[in-house]
Write a protein that binds this ligand. Structure first.
Ligand SMILES: [Fe+2]
Length: 239
């Protein structure tokens, strides 16, 4: 079976099945279209970076994830459930699924956590805004803590805002394509439902910002999709 047929079969197998999403939106093994044009996040994120990031990097993770699942004869079609329980997979398949499954899930979230500047709320509102203020003192203090996590991540990885098991908010960071759903890989204290995250791999910013990762993080706040983050927060609190 070629990859397209495999993915089609997997998607078909998903129809009608029930699974509990671990975030506000469950993900299958396919790459959804980018929710805006590649140039829509200019001038903060440039069109060429977005085009390569979505069309080459994310697409590559999706292809390699499909290949790894096929090689290991794994039938799981919920990408979030898959990366949540990597330690239960055959040893030989774990690394490829951790890297490429994580890559697929993280990027699928990341595109939704961004939106063209000015298209939605300028910051966290409602219950999310209140929770951020009570946890971090102020929105600016939260941005400082989050920005420090993004800046201190050595090499490639992500910084996250998660809803923890007890319903609290926490800023965390993971290397490579790991994420806060990954039981047995991420420290138990840092497990949770991610409601916002920033990609700090150089492929996310190098063309425009080169070595200046903090400038990328500062600019990125302009394109955060706070409506989507609030939706994720509400869903995580109800879960
Ligand atoms: Fe990336």
């Amino acid at each position: 079976m070629n990859r397209r047929a495999f993915l089609t079969t997997s998607t078909a197998a998903l129809a009608g099945s029930f699974f509990a999403p671990t975030s506000s939106h469950a993900l299958d093994l396919t790459q959804a279209p980018l929710p805006y044009a590649p140039e829509a996040l200019e001038p903060y994120i440039d069109a060429m970076t977005m085009g390569i990031h979505f069309g080459k990097h994310h697409a590559g993770y999706v292809t390699k994830l499909g290949d790894a699942l096929k090689a290991a004869n794994i039938s799981q079609t919920d990408a979030q459930a898959l990366v949540s329980d990597i330690k239960s997979l055959p040893d030989a398949a774990q690394t490829a699924i951790r890297n490429n499954g994580g890559g697929h899930v993280n990027h699928s979230w990341f595109w939704k956590w961004m939106a063209p500047a000015g298209s939605g709320p300028k910051g966290p509102e409602g219950k999310l805004g209140e929770a951020i203020q009570s946890t971090f003192t102020s929105i600016d203090d939260f941005k400082k803590v989050f920005g420090e996590a993004a800046g201190k991540r050595f090499g490639s990885g992500w910084a996250w805002l998660i809803v923890t098991k007890d319903g609290g908010l926490k800023v965390t960071s993971t290397p490579n394509q790991d994420n806060p759903l990954m039981k047995g890989i991420v420290d138990d204290a840092d497990l949770g439902t991610p409601i916002l995250g920033i990609d700090v791999w150089e492929h996310a910013y190098y063309l425009k910002y080169q070595n200046k990762r903090p400038d990328y993080v500062t600019a990125w706040w302009n394109v955060v999709n706070w409506a989507e983050v609030a939706k994720g927060y509400e869903a995580a609190k109800k879960a």
